[in-house]
Design a protein around this ligand. Structure first.
Ligand code: F6R
Length: 259
């Protein structure tokens, strides 16, 4: 696990977008794993900028999103389908036939989840996965107590996550209780993972993820088992970590070939 502390969310988003652009240059048909919510918006803004400069071409790439609310149609303003159109897809040149998001309208949920897993396998897995983190340590919508080897499936949101996400809806009552989400096991198979977190509201979850024990009570802590997971955070999200001096030293003294 590599801990990368950046001076601001903007710098962190530029860093991750740069890594995505480098991957696309090296592997134009790369398969990206995408997240929604407030955290990755700056990454998408930067990717749009790089695309406009001719430095990021998505025409051969594919994308799999982590999750969707059960019961929300794609055109619902709080659906993750809508979020991805607004924040990335309509501004860059993905082939729409190569972008995938779990369907909130699936009538046979287990079959839809199995199809999603099969589709990821058919694309030979995810090369680079972007993650945010819930204030309760969730990744995707794998809430505390999720199996650390889970696959795409139905999950029930905790009251805290529904409250955290109520800002995207007109009222708390409107936030669905159920979601479809890639599993923790699905996420762990991504070849490279960047987890982003900003602000003091994420500081406890980041401390538990990085320096706490691996536990299903903090699903993100399983990233300690991932060989290339990078935790890209601002100063505020890093504020409850114990070994920040060490993490900064490691990052500043990397050999060139590792950068
Ligand atoms: C979204 C997702 C969630 C969010 C997390 C943080 O696709 O999978 O895990 O990343 O809830 O949300 P924000 O970034 O809004 O704080």
């Amino acid at each position: 696990m590599e801990i990368i502390i950046q001076p601001s969310p903007e710098a962190a988003c530029r860093y991750v977008a740069g890594r995505i652009a480098s991957l696309l240059a090296a592997k134009p048909a790369a398969v990206l794993g995408l997240a929604t919510g407030s955290t990755p918006v700056g990454v998408y803004r930067e990717l749009i900028h790089l695309h406009q400069q001719g430095e990021a071409d998505f025409s051969h790439a594919a994308a799999f999103n982590l999750d969707e609310y059960l019961g929300l149609p794609p055109e619902h303003p709080a659906s993750y389908h809508h979020f991805m159109q607004e924040n990335l897809f309509q501004h860059v040149n993905f082939n729409p036939g190569r972008t995938f998001i779990p369907s909130g309208l699936a009538s046979d949920v287990p079959a839809a989840c199995a199809d999603y897993e099969a589709k990821i396998r058919a694309y030979h897995g995810i090369d680079l996965q972007i993650l945010g983190i819930g204030s309760d340590g969730h990744i995707g919508f794998n809430e505390p107590s999720s199996s650390l080897s889970s696959r795409t499936r139905l999950k029930t949101l905790t009251p805290r996550t529904r409250e955290d996400n109520a800002r995207f809806f007109s009222s708390l009552e409107e936030v669905p209780h159920h979601v479809l989400t890639m599993g923790v096991g699905t996420i762990m198979e991504a070849r490279e993972i960047f987890l982003l977190a900003f602000g003091t509201g994420k500081a406890d979850a980041i401390a538990a993820t990085v320096e706490g024990p691996v536990t299903a009570n903090v699903p993100a802590s399983v990233l300690q088992f991932h060989q290339t997971a990078k935790i890209v955070i601002d100063e505020a999200a890093a504020s409850k970590l114990q070994r920040t001096d060490y993490y900064r030293w490691v990052f500043d003294h990397k050999p060139d070939w590792q950068r």
